[in-house]
Design a binder for this molecule. Structure first.
Ligand code: VG1
Ligand code: CO
Length: 545
């Protein structure tokens, strides 16, 4: 064992989902090591002896630097006397798969190497996240302590040892530590198999149902091929871009209509399949498309909740509750009301759903950022959402667009968009949001965009389970007709600041309105209130999803 002297990096505070930086930042001497040591020091404080007995899970989405980082982590784990490490074969585990492995194998926690939907490569992004015993991202209390450790670090522990061969399922030793190379697919597949009716989904494909799944050269390729093509018998070629690449083929592995252009084009063609789907870099996000039809993440969450009990054996006994992040559309709230179950509103980021699920308060939850999931794991789960949609298809035997229209006719439609302004300068962007925060008190009662402001605040969340408070989680301006403007700064970006502007308008109009026209007054109002042009010199967003 070797003790290496080091000095703190001031910028290792985990964001919405772990620590994300440019790959080159992570490749600096000691950068990754400092953070990993801070995690080990924090975990040891809580786990005590458990540290030597319960395994730690390690895996990543296969992006550039994944392999090298895993070797570093294994050497440090051995030097820190972790008893056993479970590592996905080739260092590969999707984010929901890490969660499944932690839960099924009673692990102490896990390290997930990913920058999710951010691009990969030497000049792109890398990231690391610590997940706790329940399989979910560490709650804020723990990430805050990890950060404190990074600020006070003076040394880290490692070994001089050559790289291990992680390409085969086997058990290796590194000093006193057992390194078990596990099948990356098995635990996750088992969890999915417990929930869904594989027989009826196979029958769906046998009946000629066609889908295209775009893995975007990211981690879900092997999972989707295994489950969809091998287990459910979907025709070969159902999964496209299925081989994980270190740079995701040079694309953003972000499943929205802009980045999944190949799939979107295919779904608009004359011979388009019945269902189109895509997942992100680490496999926790999903995009759902019908023939020439986009299902917004908010609608997808609402529909999955609506059909779960009827269509998916794993939810046969009903749902305990639903949850969504604050900026996510309120479509799911109306389903919760119809089902007679509570719907919780949490801050952005999956870590807030974990407590609700552990306490049995919530079964299905989601975010507007193409993330949906349930209590089967403690991460959002892209392929799970696709399986839910296959189940809806198997139940209804109707086209996606018709299923969504039926929902709109029954519940009304939340017209919804997110406008992202990327790479703003940090200082003016922060000041702009702070200035709007100051204005909030004056807004209620004011008439803008053809409607009166009912409420305006900066969202503060009190966790109903442990009472912890998370303040300043996003500004929301709510109108008397239920329309909303929400804005917040991203906590996952790696360059300057990203402003996220979310707009929503609820109408009971059958759902056939033109979204841009319905939302235009709200978008205009938001830009004016923020003084976006004056403060940040921007009118048009970088991307609309
Ligand atoms: C974004 C999304 C948020 C999501 C997070 C992690 O965070 O808005 O909903 O949970 O990414 O997703 P932010 O702070 O940039 O808005 V992923 O797929 O990176 O694990
Ligand atoms: Co992700």
């Amino acid at each position: 064992m070797k003790t290496v002297q080091t000095t703190p990096f001031p910028d290792q505070r985990p964001g919405t989902s772990g620590l994300r930086k440019k790959t080159r930042v992570f490749m600096q001497p000691n950068y990754l090591e400092n953070f990993v040591q801070a995690v080990f020091d924090t975990v040891r404080e809580d786990a005590g002896a458990g540290f030597d007995q319960e395994p730690l899970v390690v895996g990543g989405d296969g992006r550039y630097h994944n392999r090298a980082a895993i070797q570093t982590i294994l050497r440090m784990a051995a030097a820190n006397k972790v008893g056993r490490v479970l590592v996905g074969r080739g260092g590969i585990l999707s984010t929901p798969a890490v969660s499944a492995v932690i839960r099924r194998r009673g692990a102490l926690g896990g390290l997930v190497l990913s920058a999710s939907h951010n691009p990969g490569g030497l000049d792109a992004d890398f990231g690391i996240k610590y997940n706790v015993r329940n399989g979910g991202p560490a709650p804020e209390g723990i990430t805050q302590r990890i950060y404190q450790h990074t600020l006070n670090i003076t040394r880290y522990l490692t070994l001089d040892h050559s790289d291990l061969d992680l390409e085969h399922e086997t058990t290796l030793r590194l000093e006193d530590t057992e390194i078990v190379v596990i099948d990356s697919l098995a635990d996750y597949t088992a969890v999915i198999e417990e929930l869904f009716d594989f027989t009826s989904l196979s029958a769906l494909f046998q009946g000629g149902f066609r889908m295209q799944f775009d893995a975007m050269h990211a981690v879900t390729g092997p999972y989707a091929r295994h489950i969809l093509e091998q287990r459910l018998g979907a025709p070969r070629g159902t999964v496209i871009n299925g081989t994980p690449l270190e740079d995701f083929g040079g694309h953003h592995p972000d499943p929205n209509q802009v980045n999944a252009a190949e799939l979107v084009a295919h779904m608009k063609a004359n011979d388009a399949p019945d269902l189109g789907a895509a997942c992100d870099g680490d496999g926790d996000r999903n995009l759902i498309l019908g023939r020439n039809f986009f299902v917004t993440p908010g609608d997808s969450l609402a529909l999955i909740a609506e059909y779960a009990q009827r269509s998916i054996p794993g939810y046969q006994s009903g749902l305990a509750g639903l949850a969504r992040s604050m900026p996510t559309s309120t479509a799911v709230d109306r389903v919760a009301e119809a089902l007679g179950v509570p719907c919780y509103e949490t801050p952005t980021g999956w870590k807030f759903f974990g407590n609700l699920m552990d306490a049995g308060l919530c079964t299905i939850c989601g975010e507007e950022s193409f993330g949906t999931g349930s209590n089967h794991v403690r991460e959002k789960d892209g392929l799970w959402a696709v399986m839910c949609w296959l189940s809806i298809m198997a139940t209804t035997r109707k086209p996606v667009s018709e299923v969504v229209h039926e929902h709109w006719r029954r519940f009304g439609r939340s017209y919804y968009q997110r406008h992202d302004y990327e790479r703003l300068e940090l200082k003016p962007a922060t000041e702009m949001v702070a200035a709007l925060r100051e204005k909030l008190k004056t807004l209620p009662g004011v008439e803008v965009a053809g409607s009166r402001v009912a409420d305006a605040d900066d969202f503060s969340y009190t966790d109903p389970v442990d009472g912890s408070v998370s303040a300043q989680q996003g500004i929301r301006i709510v109108f008397e007709d239920g329309s909303r403007i929400v804005c917040r700064l991203s906590g996952t970006g790696t360059e300057g600041a990203t402003l996220r502007l979310y707009v929503e308008r609820y109408l009971k109009d059958g759902g056939d309105g033109v979204i841009e026209a319905v939302l235009a007054p709200l978008v205009q109002t938001a830009r004016e209130l923020l003084e976006l042009q004056e403060q940040c010199g921007r009118e048009e967003p970088t991307i609309i999803t």
